[in-house]
Design a protein around this ligand. Structure first.
Ligand code: FES
Ligand code: FES
Length: 166
């Protein structure tokens, strides 16, 4: 069964109980995706599946036949960083960095959700285009915890990439 990860086909024929997170880290060798809680609570394992963000610890690899999975390694690398990765560096949006791959994958998809007009819990008008402000970003990124509490700088980095100021 092939799973496309960052544009490369990876065969999966392992234990059907293997999570997508463990498949990525153990079988694909892509250790950028982190295991924080392994219970869907922290967001450290966030990856994109067909462009949408998911917690890879809550999804089985066997469910992703023919899906396009993107991990932090597929978003950018040293020397070819994505705009969000650059902004995290510029705004000092991390301390230990453990949550950072998940934050960047999540923010990448989140900006697409705003572009697509998806409202959030704090959107005042469900019909209007969502505002891009501190409150919206904090709500939309609330599934990604940072134990170092670099939240202010993470929000500033995201708003910077979106062309807004914190
Ligand atoms: Fe998946 Fe924490 S490791 S949400
Ligand atoms: Fe350390 Fe977020 S930078 S957990």
């Amino acid at each position: 069964m092939p799973i496309s990860v960052n544009g490369q086909q990876h065969a999966f024929a392992g234990d059907p109980r293997t999570t997508l997170l463990d498949f990525l880290r153990r079988e694909c060798g892509l250790t950028g995706t982190k295991k924080g809680c392994d219970h869907g609570q922290c967001g450290a394992c966030t990856v994109l599946v067909n462009g949408q963000r998911i917690n890879s610890c809550l999804s089985l690899a066997v469910m992703h036949d023919a899906d396009e999975v993107t991990t932090i390694e597929g978003i950018g690398a040293a020397g070819s960083r994505s705009p969000l990765q650059d902004a995290f560096v510029r705004h000092d949006g991390y301390q230990c960095g453990y949550c950072t791959p998940g934050q960047i994958c999540s923010a990448t998809a989140m900006l697409g959700e705003i572009d697509a007009g998806w409202p959030s819990f704090v959107s005042e008008d469900l019909e209007a285009a969502p505002a891009l402000n501190d409150q919206e970003v904090r709500e939309r990124m609330s599934g990604n915890l940072c134990r170092c509490a670099a939240y202010s700088n993470i929000v500033a980095a995201i708003l910077d990439v979106a062309g807004e100021s914190a």
